[in-house]
Design a protein around this ligand. Sequence first.
Ligand SMILES: [Mn+2]
Length: 329
Amino acid sequence: MIKEISLNYLAAKIKEVKYTLILCHKNPDPDTLGSAFALKEILAYLGSSADVACADAPPSKFSFITGGASLEYTEKGYERYIAIDVASPMQLGDLSFLAERVDLTIDHHKMCTRFSEYYADFKASCAENIYLLARELNILDKLPLQFYNCLYAGMSADTGGFRYSNVTPETMSSASEIIKRGIDHAEINRIIFDSKSLEEIKAQKLTYEKMQLFYDGALSLIMFTNEMKESNGITDADIGDIVNTVRSVEGVLVAISLKQQKDESKYSLSSRANAEIDVSKVCMGFGGGGHVRAAGATVVADSPEDAVQIVVSKFGEAIEEYKKGLKNG
Ligand SMILES: [Mn+2]
């Protein structure tokens, strides 16, 4: 059944002892991973054993969250499926065939396609919701330090190190409670923000060389074609959140990254807004979703050039509308 549930109801559901599979979104980031492994700790405390699965292997630097576990899916007769930080069935990637089995979704995306009972408080990170769940269950003192490492990783990653507009006073007080537990927050931030593989640096260099600007510099875009990826020996995981690189150009209002997929007619799109422009609305038009200032989708096009053109024109409309609003406002 697809209906929104309360924190109280979620807590009651989570207490049911069941062999559980926790599903992360594709191209896993510290929020989906941290929230999943933190939930696994909650379930373990409550007597349920659980595995975590993801369509894509996480970057090795996130092994401080995963413990290096393989997240490959194997059927093991699970009694419960929980999706974490997954805004639509499509976000499960190659595991989207499991969407119909999902019993429960814990999320924080406003613009999304629901596919099971869901708890979605629009917090800055899904990890914040997992923290509140543990508090609701009254087990904060029972959980190991690793639980707090996982939550901090998710919260810090989804807020860009507590710098984005999604941060609220409540975010900071949750983070404060987490830091009090004695985690090494500086080391977690170093790994997330200041540690890159050579391939990631290569992707960065390509981005500086190849990014394009439109609408007098209001829109910045980087396209990674399969050819570019292959000839430079980089994968989608290395490209990661490269959209933040194009976003950093002065004057940019909307930044976009496009990655051509194995199915050559598909391009995975990430977008970020530096102003009050609702990029999740534009992404919904492509069948995607996300947050007001950070959203994604999959774009279908005949060629990389077409993909760029389609995307530039749709986001251009949103930029025009924003500029009109500034003039009139
Ligand atoms: Mn998230």
